[in-house]
Design a protein around this ligand. Sequence first.
Ligand code: C5J
Length: 220
Amino acid sequence: MIEIAAEPQPILVDLARTGLIIIDMQRDFLEPGGFGETLGNDVGRLAAAVGPCQAILAAARGAGLLVVHTREGHRPDLSDAPKAKVERGDPSLRIGAPGPMGRILIRGEAGHEIIADLAPAPGEPVIDKPGKGAFYQTDLELMLRNRGIDTLLVCGVTTEVCVNTTVREANDRGYRCVVLGDCCASYFSEFHEYGLKMIKAQGGIFGWVSDSASAIAAIS
Ligand code: C5J
């Protein structure tokens, strides 16, 4: 067992039962011309998380942890995209509309890919999810259960949307989530701050919050 410095208190983890999950570090969210920008966001705000994610990814691979990547996106025929999700925003910029990186938020398109700096290594599972949470309509839970995982180090974007949704889903399923704050980012600095605060408040109501340096020091 090793201890990771975290809030609201340090957490003891068994590395054999710990996985790293990197949520939606996709071109569609981090690069100009993708889904994030079509929603009116300054995508450059997410760049701060890339370096810390690279560092924890290297450490997790070195420590032999399970590494899982996720991508938000839909089938080309949009059959898995709820009407209520698609019909938001400017019709020419909606999910499925053509953009500079291919159709927006569609599987198989360039924008749907994980950014090159965090490309999955051969053998690392990539979970394609139609929703914000990584457990909804995916086989993530089965994969974690089969490997005996009980604790997740959580990174990715955006803090208050897909990271928070996934942490809440995981918490309800009995997983312990340690969110690495500097490995997450939001288009809104206040949402990032409060997204982390909501996780660790009330004695860690959804989980723990730590950072890449503390996690790397513990697992290396
Ligand atoms: C959003 C995500 N923000 N990955 N998706 O729509 O957080």
